[in-house]
Design a protein around this ligand. Structure first.
Ligand SMILES: NC(=O)c1ccc[n+]([C@@H]2O[C@H](COP(=O)([O-])OP(=O)(O)OC[C@H]3O[C@@H](n4cnc5c(N)ncnc54)[C@H](OP(=O)(O)O)[C@@H]3O)[C@@H](O)[C@H]2O)c1
Length: 289
């Protein structure tokens, strides 16, 4: 095994950070299992891998993080073919927008099934294999949402806070077996998470909801910000690549100026003041009922 020929398993590679990280790691010589739940979306990664000349290092496989049978199938294939998994990147995720009273129990469960229980499913399938070979790296893609609340994103924020708590515990549990657990906390980058992959609470578009006016205002605010968001997701993919290859990665990796500023602010400013600035930015003035 050359230093760069790691066997990497990534979830959520049909677009965004997952696809870009898979391409960079394949380009750097890793054997990448780039997974996605719908192989009908593989054209993007296949085309880009061919263009970059790294197709031989990418194996695209079907895997839904909420479907343990699909996870087992891919993990067993990797163990049979390559005999090890050096790096697991838990990237798959999405966000549901909507005020708490507009969110159904089903909305919450779908959010946690992917963003939190999906990570547990993947980790459960891979950790024992890493432990037996006394090496491995588990990289969990969290978010700046994991250290600061935002109205109308309670389900997403909570799922990432849960992921952080889990990752801290797992770090301590797996360290004795020479397995690194790492968190990546990006700010906001222009990917499909804000576009066709955006999801909304059952009551988000319900005119009778007491939050309807606030939801409209928030939607306009976010749409305007998304249109202006120039931040290139390849920056996050580059950080992920560095984390895979660096000898001693840090546990927490905050990515982007906005995320760093947000992290500093919530640490140094009273919560009430932080909350006031967020509310002022999002809902300046009282919405009409
Ligand atoms: N973009 C940002 O600003 C930002 C900031 C902080 C953190 N993040 C996090 O970064 C990660 C990647 O998001 P992204 O921004 O790259 O968004 P994206 O372009 O929407 O990519 C999300 C990926 O996750 C996949 N996915 C969703 N549910 C899945 C499931 N049950 N099983 C397997 N794959 C599933 C999607 O597949 P489909 O195409 O099938 O839906 C897609 O490939 C997420 O965990 C997100 O929370 C993003």
């Amino acid at each position: 095994m050359t230093v760069r020929s790691r066997v990497v398993l990534i979830t959520g590679c049909s677009s965004g950070f997952g696809m870009l990280a898979a391409l960079r790691l394949a380009g750097a010589g890793c054997c990448v299992y780039a997974t996605m739940r719908d192989l009908g979306k593989r054209a993007a990664i296949d085309g880009e891998a061919a263009r970059r000349g790294c197709s031989a290092n990418i194996r695209v496989r079907a895997l839904d993080v909420t479907d343990t049978a699909s996870i087992k199938r891919v993990v067993e294939e990797i163990m049979t073919v390559d005999g090890r998994i050096d790096v697991l990147i838990n990237n798959a995720g999405f966000g549901i927008g909507g005020f708490f009273e507009d969110l159904s129990d089903e909305d919450w469960r779908r959010q946690f099934d992917t963003n939190f229980f999906g990570v547990l499913n993947m980790t459960r399938a891979v950790a024992a294999r890493m432990r037996l070979s006394s090496s491995g790296r588990i990289i969990n893609i969290s978010s700046m949402a994991a250290y600061s609340g935002t109205p109308a994103f309670s389900a997403y924020v909570s799922s990432k806070w849960a992921l952080e708590g889990f990752s801290e515990c797992l770090y301590m549990e797996l360290k004795p077996f020479n397995i690194d657990v790492i968190l990546v906390e990006p700010g906001s980058y222009r990917t499909r998470i804000f576009e066709d992959n955006a999801r909304y609470a059952e009551g988000f578009f319900e005119p009778n909801s007491p939050y309807f006016a606030l939801s409209r205002r928030l939607n306009d605010f976010i749409s305007a910000r998304v249109k202006k968001n120039e931040r290139d997701p390849v920056d996050v993919a580059k950080h992920i690549e560095n984390i895979v290859f660096t000898a001693h990665p840090r546990f927490r990796n905050i990515i982007g100026v906005v995320a760093k500023l947000r992290a500093w602010t919530v640490r140094h400013v009273p919560f009430e003041f932080y909350a006031w600035t967020v509310q002022k930015a999002l809902f300046n003035g009282k919405p009409r009922a």
